[in-house]
Design a protein around this ligand. Structure first.
Ligand code: SF4
Length: 393
């Protein structure tokens, strides 16, 4: 039986699809090669926004066109939250909607260079706009020991960079009573040679302690790369969203990173157009973002998620055209910030991990502070580090 898994959404989904494929292979299934008809296609879905739901449905239509005789099974966050919608699609044979409340370990093995290692799942924060806690359940994690064992396996299999993934990874420790900082310290001192690199996924600002930032500053392995969800630059909107911090805390964290790691990449998640984001609050948001010395914004346009608390709140609704306009404004600011960051790093020596070829046949890779570099393709350089003297691309 030949199986294919089509994955949408975040790095966590990719890690879980990889673990699922490995389990299926262990049970005697075969991975369908590119262009080959599969007997079973599993679609692992995302439901973070309306656009994600649309992409899931498009992927299911495409999978059916390309594999007319396959059994199509749909799993993931969209399937867990909206099983009926998926089951009603004529293309779908089965919906796997069960939500696990135990931690299911996973790491991606498909990419030889980078390994996405799942260190946490679920979330207890219940931000008022977010449906993820309903899809993925409560926060849980494996032990530090088992994460380190998986990391060692990935390194021994050839991975050079391990990216820590989860839903709310700074919340690591709910199950085991351990701390996220202790996990980072253990991963920073693995009994392996000095060449591996660690990258921390998104950490909530209130959980990104000075201790963690100091550890990254002193570490040989942890990349100076922070991904911090801000979501709004208005304190009123942060309260409406039930976020666990205010803009002052966010500003302090960014300033501290810049003090101890002036060349660190700081990516910031920004949501636009949530209910209650009045013109005045939006203007405060833009002003706040402009004043922050961050490297890039990841912009998300708010879309109503069934079952979330924001829908029950008596708040002004921002029209969709205005949400898109605000998104464009933040995209513009993001581009300026990225160029400023590249200019700041232009004289700085960097270590690039070469990954592979892009669609134009050019080799690409990323530096420790997440600057994308390119060079003419050389297959011998795949999965190797190279010290280079700047040249931002
Ligand atoms: S922290 Fe908030 S936005 Fe992130 S997954 Fe949890 S509830 Fe959703």
């Amino acid at each position: 039986m030949k199986v294919r898994i089509v994955t949408l959404g975040c790095k966590l989904n990719f890690a879980e699809s990889s673990a699922l494929m490995n389990e299926l292979i262990r049970r005697g299934y075969e991975r369908a090669k590119q262009g080959e008809q599969a007997d079973i296609v599993i679609v692992n879905t995302c439901t973070v926004t309306d656009t994600a739901d649309q992409k899931d449905r498009q992927a299911i239509h495409r999978v059916r066109r390309e594999n007319p005789n396959a059994k199509i099974v749909v799993t993931g966050c969209y399937a867990r939250l909206h099983p009926r919608e998926i089951a009603d699609m004529v293309e779908v044979d089965r919906v796997a909607k069960k939500r696990e409340d135990v931690f299911q370990p996973a790491y991606s093995k498909d990419d030889r260079t980078r390994c996405f290692l799942k260190v946490q799942d679920g979330c207890n924060y219940f931000c008022t706009y977010c449906a993820i806690p309903y899809a993925r359940g409560r926060s849980r994690n494996p032990s530090i020991r088992s994460v380190c064992e998986q990391a060692m396996t990935a390194l021994n299999e050839g991975a050079k960079e391990i990216v820590l993934t989860g839903v709310n990874i700074g919340d690591f420790g709910r199950t085991t009573g351990e701390r996220f900082i202790d996990l980072l310290q253990a991963l920073d001192t693995l009994p392996y040679d000095d060449t591996y690199r660690l990258r921390i996924g998104s950490v909530e600002p209130n959980l990104l302690s000075y201790e963690i930032i100091d550890l990254v500053a002193q570490s040989k392995h942890i990349a100076p790369h922070f991904h911090i969800p801000l979501q709004s630059g208005s304190d009123e909107v942060l309260r409406i969203m039930n976020r666990h911090y205010d803009t002052a805390l966010f500003r302090e964290r960014v300033a501290y990173i810049r003090k101890v790691l002036p060349y660190a990449f700081i990516g910031v998640d920004c949501m636009v157009g949530v209910r209650g984001e009045t013109t005045e609050r939006w203007e405060q948001y833009v002003e706040f973002i402009q004043s922050l010395q961050v490297s890039q914004l990841h912009v998300f346009t708010y879309s109503e998620r069934a079952g979330t608390r924001m829908l029950t709140m008596d708040l002004p609704v921002i029209p969709m055209t205005e949400r898109h306009r605000r998104s464009q404004v933040l995209h513009g600011i993001s581009e300026d910030k990225l160029q400023a960051f590249y200019a700041l790093c232009s004289d700085m020596p960097q270590t690039v991990l070469w990954e592979g070829k892009n669609d134009h046949g050019v080799m690409y890779g990323f530096s420790e502070n997440y600057i994308r570099h390119s060079r003419p393709f050389d297959k011998n350089r795949i999965n190797t580090f190279e010290q280079i003297s700047a040249q931002c691309k």
